[in-house]
Design a protein around this ligand. Structure first.
Ligand SMILES: [Zn+2]
Length: 196
């Protein structure tokens, strides 16, 4: 009996996104607005891009626990505009290690990329850190599940519309091995949240 119960624990844990507590009702995450982190937004286009999918990224640089996220976002926005000539940060939302989500580029404007895939129609969500060498923190994982579930509902998308950057471009390891290997687990956790 004991062995049997243990055998069931794995899939159940995976279904619940690694958390044994009963699934909570889906809630709208508090997304920190651009003005609140000291950024500025470009003018919105006359027509918003139609959203057809959501693509996950990692920062690709090792995140020092306790580093100032808002300062990082301000620097990333300056770099995106001045060094790259983009209208804004290439991603629409960023998830910090504490699980908090930050708005970046307005979703109405297509994202940018250093690789060859076409990001038009994609919501781009980036998690801070380098998941080739780091793991997402439990709070960051949970924050990502909540944000992604919320965005799917907001834009009428489904779990099948999720992908990682690496699924779309052979030129990148993004979102890093430690997130990539858990991507199916993430999709299941988002599905559970949507089903509540
Ligand atoms: Zn990426």
């Amino acid at each position: 009996m004991r062995r049997r119960r243990l055998a069931l624990a794995g899939p159940l844990m995976a279904l619940l996104g690694g958390c044994a507590a009963p699934a909570a009702r889906p809630r709208v995450p508090d997304i920190v607005a651009v003005a609140a982190w000291g950024g500025t937004s470009p003018p919105l286009p006359a027509q918003a891009q139609p959203i057809t999918r959501l693509t996950l990224h990692h920062q690709g640089e090792t995140w020092k626990p306790g580093a100032d996220v808002q300062d990082y976002l301000r620097r990333l926005q300056r770099w995106s505009r001045q060094a790259r000539g983009w209208v804004d940060i290439p991603y629409h939302y960023i998830v910090a290690q504490d699980g908090r989500a930050y708005a970046a580029r307005p979703w109405q404007i297509a994202g940018d990329t250093n690789t060859e895939y076409d990001p038009r129609g994609h919501l781009l969500v980036m998690l801070v850190g380098n998941f080739e060498v780091q793991e997402p923190t439990p709070a960051q994982w949970q924050g990502t599940v909540e944000l992604v579930a919320h965005l799917l509902v907001q834009h009428g998308l489904h779990v099948e519309d999720l992908a990682t950057h690496r699924d779309l471009s052979a030129q990148t390891l993004c979102p890093g091995a430690h997130l990539y290997r858990r991507f199916d687990e993430l999709k299941r956790a988002v599905g559970v949240r949507l089903a509540v």
